[in-house]
Design a protein around this ligand. Structure first.
Ligand code: AMP
Length: 184
């Protein structure tokens, strides 16, 4: 059973690599960003609550995000070879809540896959991607949010979690092959 959190700055390639990995290893892939973008385009209650926040580059509230992830893990992991979380946890509080739910579900011993890249490369990639929340101003804010709120999670995980560091820069296939070889 694979229990993976994919971690890294916005734009480092977490979505692409998670998608490939979930197909190869038959994992449940949960992208909280995708859940929010779909809710926004479907104009659900969640979407209406989240729209402005997502478009500004700030983080949606921990309570809301934790509820989404708890429900999703409870309902979708059965029948798979595990899961990969992409975009969650984003705060220490989310990381703590994740530990609790995984313990409850008997799914602890999480691996952390850290895709590493420098800021210049990240900015270049985000400018090229062209999502509605990708413009010079929100990119700067999202990087700051990443550094202030998300990156400290690595320290939280360091003492007793397996952290796998992979350089996220390079051909998609090369990065993917490296990830697979580290996980096996
Ligand atoms: P992403 O696709 O992971 O880059 O997420 C896009 C946006 O969705 C982020 O900039 C946040 O506004 C929001 N978001 C996604 N995941 C989370 C999370 N775990 N906590 C708070 N906000 C999130």
């Amino acid at each position: 059973m694979h229990k993976i959190v994919i971690f890294g700055a916005p734009g480092v390639g977490k979505g692409t690599q998670s998608q490939l990995l979930s197909e190869k290893l038959n994992l449940y892939h949960l992208s909280t960003g995708e859940v929010l973008r779909k809710a926004i385009s479907d104009e659900t209650d969640l979407g209406l609550k989240a729209k402005k926040i997502v478009e500004s580059g700030h983080l949606v509230s921990d309570d809301l995000m934790i509820e989404i992830v708890v429900d999703a893990l409870k309902n979708n992991v059965k029948g798979t070879e595990g899961f990969i979380l992409d975009g969650f946890p984003r705060t220490i509080e989310q990381a703590g809540a994740l530990d609790n739910i995984l313990k409850e579900l008997g799914l602890d011993d999480l691996k952390v896959l850290h895709l590493v890249a420098n800021d210049d490369e990240i900015i270049k990639r985000l400018m090229l991607r062209g999502r509605t929340d990708d413009n010079a101003e929100t990119i700067k804010l999202r990087l700051k949010v990443y550094i202030d709120s998300t990156k400290p999670i690595l320290e939280y995980y360091k003492p007793d979690r397996k952290i796998i560091e992979v350089n996220g820069i390079g051909e998609i296939e090369d990065v993917f092959n490296k990830i697979v070889s580290y996980l096996q």
